[in-house]
Design a protein around this ligand. Structure first.
Ligand code: URA
Length: 434
């Protein structure tokens, strides 16, 4: 078999066989296929696509390229969630304790943030003492005893995806549906859960700009998951503005605690309860997704989810009293208000720019090796559709450096537009694909 012939075949929109796809994935992972040939192949896929069967085979080949987690030592139906990435998305940290409070095991590996998007692991590391690495034995024991453990990715999951993604990133081939679907699903299949709920974001802060494109990606991933024997669904949610009021690591942990105490922002909680409801249903704890959603709300109202969050933080070395004393979390030296120059209705948001404003303050990474300032970020007071008055702060910037604060304020104001006319609020959940 020759890589040249496989590229030629894809160039002419022909369907590849399993042997050919495995040849490409294994050969590239082992370093036998050079970057220039893989780049040509990826671009051919970008333009000519892949059939559903080819996408499934590509996913399986990538999932088979490294370790596969064996969660069989954990009792119960293991449920996982995945978000395609956004700004201010802290739903995993609210959903985990909700599920664990109903005895659904949460054994989750999460990622770090890069560019405008945040990562759950960075958020957790803003909690003093919190450990995001555990031995496999400790990880499993925590899940079996308190119901929940959340760690950074330590196992060598889908190394083929890591290598292919790095090449896609520099060859303008990231935004291809079969490549995104196989990339995400290869890691999910290797992570070992029985049931997967996908949160596919759409809008100005997401890969997919429209609900239609996001639904198409969602369908592709659901069909891959079903093909692999998983219980799976995808929820299409809005990322035309940040989710919730805070963007930044310690600030988002503060928001998670507020949410677990019943004070969560409306859109954040709608997405959270929808996802949690589907996961409770998937785990067999709720009759259907609607009943699951109601159960998720109850776990917040009766305080069980907050109690579980404290147990989880303590079990991983963090100070559980962060739920009672927010001064324990890192705080920025300066909190500066941001004003618009005129009144109006908040009409649109370039969501990635809000993430970039937080990154400028030190809250994110441009390169994987960058250090993060846990204390900084953005505190929004309003959402799209709200009326803004120029005398009332539209947002606050939390920072430690006056120059960076000035730049972040400018970037934040430029990210939004105001309208003289009232603006309709968008739904935050568009569709559920099963
Ligand atoms: N997230 C991934 O893991 N892979 C992609 O291709 C896009 C988003």
């Amino acid at each position: 078999m020759r890589m040249y012939d496989i590229i030629e075949k894809k160039k002419h929109k022909e369907i590849l066989t399993r042997e050919e796809i495995v040849f490409v994935v294994d050969g590239f992972t082992k370093g036998e296929i050079p970057d220039y040939q893989m780049s040509a192949f990826l671009m051919a896929v970008y333009f000519n696509g892949m059939s559903r069967e080819e996408t499934v085979m590509l996913t399986e080949a990538m999932a088979d390229s490294g370790d596969k987690l064996d969660l069989s030592a954990i009792n119960g139906v293991k449920v996982d969630k995945h978000s395609t990435g956004g700004v201010g998305d802290k739903t995993s940290l609210i959903i985990g304790p909700i599920l664990a409070s109903y005895g659904v095991p949460v054994a989750k590996m999460s990622g770090r943030g890069l560019g405008h998007t945040g990562g759950t692991i960075d958020k957790l590391e803003s909690i003093p003492g919190f450990k995001t690495t555990l031995t496999t034995e400790q990880f499993i024991e925590n899940v079996n005893t308190i119901g929940m453990a959340l760690v950074g990715q330590t196992a060598n999951l889908a190394p083929a995806d890591k290598k292919i993604y790095a090449l896609r990133d520099v060859t303008a081939t990231v935004d291809s549906e079969p490549l995104i679907a196989s990339s995400i699903m290869s890691k999910k299949l290797a992570a070992g859960a029985d049931c997967i709920v996908l949160d596919v974001k759409c809008g100005s802060g997401a890969f997919m700009k429209t609900p239609g494109d996001a639904a198409s990606l969602g369908r592709a991933m659901v069909s891959i998951g079903k093909g692999a024997g998983k219980k799976i669904c995808a929820v299409i949610t809005d990322m035309n503005e940040p989710l919730g009021r805070f963007v930044g690591n310690a600030l988002e942990v503060r928001e998670v605690i507020d949410a677990l105490k019943g004070g969560g922002e409306e859109r954040l909680m709608e997405v959270t309860y929808t996802l949690a409801g589907l996961m409770l249903f998937g785990a067999g704890k709720a009759e259907d997704a609607t009943a699951g959603k109601k159960m998720a709300e109850e776990a917040v109202i009766n305080g069980n989810a907050l109690k579980k969050f404290r147990e989880f933080v303590k079990a991983q070395g963090g100070d559980p009293d962060i739920t009672e004393d927010e001064k324990i979390l890192p705080k920025a030296r300066f909190i500066e208000p941001v004003y618009f120059e005129k009144d109006g209705f908040l009409a649109s948001c370039k969501t990635t720019e809000v993430g970039m404003a937080s990154l400028i303050l030190g809250g994110g990474r441009e390169k994987k090796t960058d250090e993060i300032d846990m204390s900084v970020g953005i505190e929004l007071q309003y959402a799209i559709g709200d009326r803004i008055e120029k005398e009332i702060p539209f947002a606050f910037v939390h920072g430690n450096d006056k120059e960076k604060i000035a730049e972040a304020k400018k970037r934040l104001l430029e990210a939004y537009t105001l309208s003289d006319e009232p603006v309709e609020k968008r739904p935050c959940v568009y569709e559920i694909i099963r």
